[in-house]
Design a protein around this ligand. Structure first.
Ligand SMILES: NC(=O)c1ccc[n+]([C@@H]2O[C@H](COP(=O)([O-])OP(=O)(O)OC[C@H]3O[C@@H](n4cnc5c(N)ncnc54)[C@H](O)[C@@H]3O)[C@@H](O)[C@H]2O)c1
Length: 268
């Protein structure tokens, strides 16, 4: 059995927000932030799931609360930040703009309504939530904005064209905001995970017609140079690192969390 991560209290006293945190990678990061001494707002379009996740992290409601937020709505992003500042009684120190949707399918057969929704959430929603967050982050003395891109922010993949496009956009946003907000004391970075075993990945395999999703996950792991997929805990560790003082000189990077996948062509 995997050992629980060492608790180093690397984020003692930090006020953190994670979007898309009701499950998957975002939930792992939110849970870990609290284990590291932070308080967290678990934000998600699924408010019931966000509340359940927050209660699981901290049943007392002192260190974690759930908030309903559709990041594709600018007013909802503003309300999220206002709610977070009220809960913390202070500005936000770390904002993980993590929420995003997957999208797989043949490019010329893709439904325009689905294309619009994924661009609305993955690109515009990330922009709106970052805008709202930065109005608070600039007031913090330990501020960090962390995006979730993807391995497909640096490589492409057939039948993932729309998703790949949205994730390349996140890299441009990361670099531009890193430069714009460095003088204001906010570091801006992205984490680029390869396929990670979450409902997000399993849903994509199902959508593409996989008959055996467990086998598809095992095959994906076997295709990695390291032989395994990054885990939600690996994602959480990376988010803790980027948010912590250990990364104080790091801004504008898109940190690959990809088990070696982007290093080159790999055949076992
Ligand atoms: N799991 C992977 O393999 C993988 C790999 C690379 C990148 N990512 C990225 O990670 C992010 C999510 O991945 P995950 O694996 O945690 O997914 P997930 O599907 O397990 O969880 C995503 C969460 O986001 C929420 N959400 C969806 N739309 C939202 C919106 N408009 N506003 C607020 N919340 C919303 C969902 O309700 C859900 O709780 C996405 O940005 C995705 O591109 C995932």
């Amino acid at each position: 059995m995997a050992r629980p991560p060492e608790r180093l209290m690397q984020l003692e006293g930090y006020n953190t927000v994670v979007t898309g945190a009701a499950r998957g990678l975002g939930a792992a990061a939110a849970k870990r932030f609290v284990a590291e001494g932070a308080r967290v707002v678990v934000a998600d379009i699924d408010g019931d799931a966000a509340n359940a996740c927050a209660r699981e992290i901290d049943p007392t409601g002192q260190r974690a609360i759930g908030v309903t937020c559709d990041i594709a709505e600018p007013a909802a992003c503003d309300a999220l930040v206002a709610r977070a500042e009220a809960f913390f009684g202070a500005p936000i120190d770390v904002f993980c703009a993590h929420a995003g949707l997957g999208f797989a399918g043949v490019f010329h057969e893709s439904d325009p309504a689905f294309i619009k929704r994924i661009v609305d959430v993955n690109v515009l929603g990330t922009i709106y939530s970052a805008q709202a967050a930065l109005r608070s982050l600039v007031k913090s003395r330990q501020a960090s904005l962390i995006f979730t891109s993807s391995l497909q922010s640096v490589t492409a993949r057939a039948q993932r064209s729309i998703y790949t496009t949205t994730k390349h956009a996140i890299v441009g946003l990361t670099k531009a905001l890193a430069l714009e907000y460095a003088p204001l004391g906010v570091r801006v970075n992205a984490i680029a995970p390869a396929s990670t075993d979450t409902p997000f990945l399993r849903g994509q395999f199902e959508f593409l017609g996989s008959k055996d999703v467990d086998q598809a996950v095992r095959d994906a792991a076997a295709s990695m140079p390291l032989g395994w997929l990054p885990t939600p805990e690996d994602f959480a560790n990376t988010a803790v690192f980027l948010a912590s003082p250990a990364a104080r000189s790091i801004t504008g990077i898109n940190l690959l969390l990809d088990s070696g996948a982007a290093a080159g062509i790999f055949r076992r």
